[in-house]
Design a protein around this ligand. Structure first.
Ligand SMILES: Nc1nc2c(ncn2[C@@H]2O[C@H](COP(=O)(O)OP(=O)(O)OP(=O)(O)O)[C@@H](O)[C@H]2O)c(=O)[nH]1
Ligand SMILES: [Mg+2]
Length: 195
């Protein structure tokens, strides 16, 4: 739920990067952090295990300019993809305005993607959200690897509602900004509708 602070003239939106473990969610945020100027971003906060797996979440606040005199802030979060951290994922989805699903394009991760997507639907439902109505983008990550499934196949299995789909290589930044822009655009459209 978008938080509009009329006193501070600020709009705060929450975007959550969801997807299977090791799919590249944290890498997306690291890239965004790396290419934004310090004036437009806050600290990247990561709560990770010793092996760099997300333990609770990553958090990056981004300042994306003004809308009708209101400063617009996007708060980017990632969830931990590992199956057993479901309680954290539920918590992080609270008040979400838009979701990016980061799929791992590798053939052997197809089941992991499907499981994570159904977990997303379920957790959104529990929070009173309907994936069909929420701003949503699908990112097909790790396109640089040799054992990836064709884009059309991934789209047909993982596509939810004709959402924008981006091919990405998060480690080099390919598709990362495009993905973020697409979800931000959808969130802003929703915001205008409700304003
Ligand atoms: N080859 C390749 N490796 C990638 C790509 N994106 C991420 N990786 C690597 O995949 C590993 C996992 O990436 P993370 O960003 O930590 O994955 P995550 O989705 O945050 O994983 P969890 O926090 O466990 O849910 C890291 O070693 C990354 O460097 C990519 O596009 N191509
Ligand atoms: Mg992570």
């Amino acid at each position: 739920m978008t938080f509009i602070n009329y006193v501070a003239r600020e709009i705060n939106c929450k975007i959550v990067y969801y997807g299977p473990g090791l799919g590249g969610k944290t890498t997306n945020l690291q890239h965004v952090y790396g290419i934004t100027t310090p004036e437009n971003r806050g600290k990247l906060i990561s709560l990770a295990t010793e092996t760099e797996r997300t333990l609770f979440f990553d958090f990056l606040p981004l300042d994306l300019g003004q809308i009708r005199g209101f400063r617009t802030r996007f708060h980017l979060y990632t969830v931990p993809g590992q199956v057993f951290y479901d309680a954290s994922r539920k918590l992080i989805l609270k008040g979400v305005d838009g979701v990016v699903f980061v799929a791992d394009s590798q053939e052997e991760r197809l089941d992991g993607n499907i499981e994570s997507l159904s977990n997303l639907r379920l957790n959104l439902k529990e929070q009173g959200f309907d994936l069909a109505k929420l701003p949503y983008v699908l990112q097909l990550n790790k396109r640089d690897l040799p054992n990836v499934l064709p884009v059309d196949e991934l789209k047909s299995v993982l596509g939810v509602k004709g959402e924008p789909v981006f091919e990405a290589v998060a480690t080099t930044g390919v598709g990362v900004l495009e993905t973020l822009k697409a979800i931000a655009r959808q969130v802003l459209v929703e915001l205008r509708k409700s304003a």
